[in-house]
Design a protein around this ligand. Structure first.
Ligand SMILES: NC(=O)c1ccc[n+]([C@@H]2O[C@H](COP(=O)([O-])OP(=O)(O)OC[C@H]3O[C@@H](n4cnc5c(N)ncnc54)[C@H](OP(=O)(O)O)[C@@H]3O)[C@@H](O)[C@H]2O)c1
Length: 317
C-alpha cells in the first residue's frame, strides 16, 4: 500500500509517500481501506519530534480516518467487509496512523460513518468534533440560555464547538479572525469578535449581554487566564491546550476549571456526533483537500495557522 511515512523527525519535508507492506489484521482488529484522513495539529507535533505519541520510527502519521472495512480478524463479529466507518486512530507507541491506503483499528473504537457525508467530510469529524463534544456537552455541560465564550472558534475544533453550543440553546460568542466571521454566524454564533481587536473581551461580554457562564479555550496560552474576570461566579471553563498565566481568580470566583483530552477510544462520542450530523444539527467544515502526495503542503498550510475548519487528505477517489 501507499502511505505517508516519516523516517526522521523534522519539518514537513520529512513526509514521504512510500510503498510499504499491507498490514494484516490480528484476531480483534479490522482493516480499513482509508478513503480520507484529516490533518490535525497533533500530526504536525508528532512529525516534528514524536514525543506526544512516543512515536517509534519509521512511522505512518495520521489520526482521523473515514473509509470502508476491507477485512476483519477471526474474532470480530460486529463489523463486516463493506461497512463504512470513521474514527480516530488510537495513536499508541508502535501503532500506525491513517495517512495510508490501509489502517488497522480496534473494532470497539470505530463508528458507522454518517450516511449524509462523503468520506472527505466524515474524516474531518472524529478528532476535532469529538474534542468539541467533550468540551461543550460532556464537561462544560452547556445549557440553553447560557452565554458561552469560545476562543479559537474558526479552527478545526472551534467550528464544531460553536455549532454544539448553539445547538444546546446557548449564546455562542466566537473569538476568531475576521475572515471566519461570516461562516461562524452561519454555524449559529450569536456574535463574532476578532481576538486581535483592542478590548476584544470587553466587546464580547457586552455583545453577550453579561458575564459568561462558560468559556471554551481552544487556543491555550493566556487565553483562559485573561478570560477569568469575564466569567460569572460559580461559572466553568475548559481548555484543551497548555496554559500560561495566573489562574488564581478561579479560586476567588469559584470557577470550575476543566482540562480536556479527547478519549479517542470512546466510540460513543463519534456515534453522538453521527446522530447530530444525520439530523442536520451539525456539519464539518473542510476548507482544503489534498492528495496523499501533497501531505507536506497540507502540513505547511496548517502550521502557517489560521486555517478555517479542517484540511483533509483524499486517499482513494
Ligand atoms: N486536548 C485535546 O484532546 C485536543 C484535541 C484536539 C486539538 N487540541 C489542540 O487544540 C488546539 C486547536 O486545535 P484545532 O484543531 O482547532 O487547531 P487549528 O484548526 O489549527 O485552529 C487553531 C486556532 O487557533 C487560533 N489562534 C491562533 N493564534 C491565536 C491567538 N494568538 N489568539 C487566539 N486564537 C488564535 C486560530 O484562529 P484564527 O484562524 O481565527 O486566526 C485557529 O482558529 C491545537 O493546539 C491542538 O493541538 C487538543
Amino acid at each position: 500500500m501507499r502511505a505517508v511515512v516519516i523516517r526522521s523527525f523534522g519539518g514537513p519535508e520529512v513526509l514521504e509517500v512510500l510503498e510499504v507492506p499491507d498490514p494484516v489484521p490480528g484476531p480483534r482488529e479490522v482493516r480499513i481501506a482509508v478513503h480520507a484522513a484529516a490533518v490535525n495539529p497533533v500530526d504536525a507535533a508528532n512529525r516534528a519530534d514524536g514525543t506526544w505519541s512516543s512515536l517509534r520510527l519509521p512511522a505512518i502519521l495520521g489520526s482521523d480516518f473515514s473509509g470502508v472495512i476491507d477485512s476483519v480478524g477471526a474474532s470480530v463479529t460486529e463489523w463486516r467487509p463493506g461497512d463504512e466507518v470513521f474514527g480516530a486512530g488510537a495513536f499508541r507507541a508502535g501503532s500506525q496512523g491513517t495517512y495510508a491506503e490501509l489502517h488497522l483499528a480496534d473494532p470497539e473504537t470505530i463508528a458507522r460513518k454518517p450516511t449524509n457525508l462523503s468520506h472527505v467530510e466524515a474524516a474531518a469529524v472524529p478528532l476535532a468534533g469529538g474534542t468539541a463534544h467533550s468540551v461543550i456537552d460532556r464537561r462544560l455541560r452547556v445549557a440553553a440560555g447560557e452565554r458561552v465564550l469560545i476562543h479559537g472558534a474558526g479552527g478545526g475544533v472551534g467550528v464544531f464547538a460553536v455549532q454544539l453550543a448553539a445547538a444546546a440553546g446557548a449564546k455562542a460568542i466566537a473569538l476568531a479572525s475576521r475572515k471566519h466571521h461570516e461562516l461562524l454566524f452561519e454555524l449559529g454564533a450569536s456574535a463574532a469578535i476578532d481576538y486581535r481587536d483592542r478590548d476584544a473581551l470587553a466587546i464580547a461580554q457586552r455583545l453577550a449581554g453579561g458575564e459568561f457562564d462558560a468559556v471554551a479555550d481552544l487556543v491555550g496560552g493566556s487565553c483562559l487566564s485573561s478570560s477569568l474576570s469575564s466569567i460569572r461566579e460559580g461559572g466553568r471553563a475548559a481548555t484543551i491546550v497548555e496554559l500560561t498565566g495566573d489562574l488564581d481568580l478561579a479560586i476567588d470566583r469559584n470557577i470550575t476549571l476543566h482540562g480536556v483530552l479527547l478519549d479517542r477510544t470512546d466510540r460513543t462520542l463519534f456515534e453522538e456526533l453521527r446522530t447530530a450530523i444525520e439530523a442536520g444539527r451539525l456539519r464539518p467544515v473542510v476548507s482544503s483537500v489534498f492528495p496523499l502526495e501533497q501531505a507536506a503542503d497540507a502540513h505547511r498550510l496548517l502550521e502557517a495557522g489560521h486555517v478555517q475548519g479542517k484540511l483533509v487528505l483524499s486517499i482513494r477517489a
